[in-house]
Design a protein around this ligand. Structure first.
Ligand code: OOB
Length: 559
């Protein structure tokens, strides 16, 4: 077996790892092996659909292995990291699987990310390649990739899906079928990555500055997928719609695209969850399972109510998670869309909770479910770290066979987010009911959850401080009927000066930051409220913006 460096990662203690193996949670197989199993069993079945492109399992397996060998021939080595910024396409699937086979480790960036995020992540992971599409809408990702290559010394290659330019490598030919599939498979089986080595890096929601990297190993991620797949009852008959950004843990592996492929089902890739196209795709492909964030679920419900028809007739399960689903919307899913709702409260750091498909309606519509694995441990604690009885809100702590013990190369963040004995504190405040189901009650992390996309308040504040006239800045969540939350910025300005929202937006944009993080409202105060210990009092600011919105709504009604 080739050597894989675990430098910078925080592995599970050896005795626990042994236990996970003994109990069958960890199967000691690399992720690619699960897809090859299906290819042997069901070679002619459709694995991936992307518009007019349909790949059978035999085709997928052949392309995955051929691509893995071409990546190695290009000069990438096992354990090298590659920054992947691809939309939901068949290329995303084949490339990701090829990485798993070759032992090359994809860093799962979002297509929304820009220079600021990508440069940071490429540097942290020492990425050797950046993988991008040519254009999305009018935005040129090749140019972005060049900026990252210019800024980050380790980046040797740019791979482009679509129209490649000089100095870059065309991705699509790399993903073409190979000549002798059996021979390639045998060679790659011989150099398969160690099951305890990193399979991919996911991005944390991030509360401290830029996102952190979460190392997911082949063993733990395979179990994540299998455990979720069991609870969502995926089978060969599953047709899964991947319409949320595929590099998010939820659509990727909970059970998601990879779950559909492990189960012998079909993964349908769609670049956006926009209702018209999503509904047409559901109808055309006979989609049985789909994943949405609450904002998307709400749009789908509204679309159906407005247009009627039977386009969602095949949809059996709609998974909703990423941010809190309002009970009122939860109650509409079944009657309007005809699908069973499955609430999912999960995190890229591991722990996944789900309501069960046969739970009573009250549980499905008002709770965020319970852990998918018997081996998931959960504690609900007060500020002093003391366990609380069921029914009382407290901070959630978790450990388990697919919840890593620390972020990658982040010792300082790890001392905050992980206890000495390996409990991860997600920063969510939950209530555990007597029946074991969790209700997400709030959070004590400084983050804005904009329709499932997480924004670190600290990251935005530090960008705002670059403006000369800003003396104090606080990014806070303001309630929004559609997205749940949006980013509102409170500032104080230097005496005699002022700052506009447009100036702030321009400044942040020119720093090369993802558009979803840009402040949507500005409030300028003479002074920001502080707590007893002198920190900015965000609780008060959140109350302030809620009150302002309510006043405006009332004023609007009077007009
Ligand atoms: C998912 O993963 P991340 O890593 O983008 O964000 C995790 C955080 C959680 O700590 C929590 O604050 C929030 O997102 N969250 C929810 C939620 N699901 C996630 N808050 C309330 N209700 C829910 N149902 O968001 C994620 C990963 C895998 C599966 C599902 C979601």
């Amino acid at each position: 077996m080739p050597l894989h460096t675990l430098e910078g990662t925080v592995p599970w203690p050896a005795d626990l790892a042994d236990g996970f193996r003994e109990k069958g949670y960890w199967e000691d197989r690399a992720l690619g092996a699960y897809v090859l199993d299906v290819a042997d069993r069901l070679p002619h079945k459709t694995a991936v659909v992307d518009g007019e492109v349909r790949l059978s399992y035999a085709d997928l397996a052949n392309r995955m292995d051929a691509a893995a060998e071409r990546l190695l021939a290009l000069g990438l080595r096992p354990d090298d990291r590659v920054m992947v910024q691809l939309p939901n396409t068949w290329q995303f699937v084949v490339f990701t699987l090829a990485c798993f086979r070759a032992g090359v480790v994809p860093v799962m960036a979002l297509t929304a990310h820009r220079r600021h995020e990508l440069t940071f992540l490429a540097e942290l992971s020492e990425s050797r390649a950046v993988v991008v599409p040519d254009l999305i809408k009018d935005f040129d990702h090749r140019k972005l990739a060049r900026d990252v290559r210019d800024a980050v010394e380790t980046v040797d290659y740019i791979l482009v899906s679509g129209k490649a330019e000089e100095g870059t490598t065309a991705l699509d030919p790399l993903l073409a079928p190979g000549g002798d599939a059996a021979a390639a498979r045998k060679r790659l089986d011989g150099t398969a990555p160690a099951p305890d080595s990193p399979a991919c890096f996911l991005l944390s929601g991030g509360t401290t500055g830029l996102p952190k990297l979460i190392t997911r190993t082949h063993n733990d991620y395979a179990y994540n997928i299998r455990a979720c797949s069991k609870i969502s009852a995926l089978t060969e008959d599953t047709v899964y719609l991947g319409a949320l950004p595929a590099s998010h843990n939820f659509p990727l592996a909970c059970p998601g695209i990879l779950g559909a492929l492990f189960a012998g089902g079909t993964a349908v890739m769609l670049p956006s969850p926009e209702p018209k196209r999503a509904f047409a795709t559901m109808e055309r492909e006979g989609v049985t399972v789909a994943t949405a964030v609450p904002a998307v679920a709400q749009r789908w419900v509204e679309h159906q109510q407005k247009h009627g028809g039977n386009q969602t007739a095949s949809l059996q399960i709609l998974q909703v998670g990423g941010s809190r689903l309002a009970d009122e919307i939860a109650r509409k899913i079944k009657p309007v869309l005809g699908a069973t709702l499955q609430q999912v409260f999960g995190m890229a750091e591991g722990l996944i909770n789900m309501t069960r498909l046969d739970d009573p309606e009250e549980i499905i519509c008002t709770t965020q479910g319970r852990p998918v694995s018997d081996a998931d441990e959960i504690r609900v604690v007060d500020e002093l770290g003391e366990d609380l009885p069921d029914g009382q809100p407290g901070a959630i702590l978790t450990r388990g066979p697919y919840t890593p013990r620390g972020y990658y190369r982040a010792p300082e963040a790890n001392t905050k987010a992980f206890t000495d004995d390996g409990w991860y504190a997600s920063g969510d405040i939950v209530i555990r009911r007597a029946d074991g189901n969790l209700v997400v009650h709030g959070r004590d992390k400084d983050m804005i959850n904009r329709g499932g996309e997480k924004i670190s308040a600290e990251e935005i504040e530090s960008l705002v401080y670059r403006l000369d006239n800003v003396t104090m800045a606080a990014a806070v969540a303001m309630p929004d009927p559609m997205l749940g939350e949006r980013l509102c910025l409170y500032i104080t300005a230097k005496p005699g000066t002022t700052v506009t929202l447009d100036q702030i937006r321009e400044s942040i944009q020119s720093a090369g930051v993802a558009a979803f993080k840009i402040p949507e409202r500005l409030v300028i105060l003479d002074e920001l409220p502080t707590t007893k210990v002198g920190k900015i009092n965000k609780k008060e600011l959140r109350a302030d913006i809620s009150a302002r919105l309510e006043d405006e709504a009332r004023a609007g009604q009077r007009l």
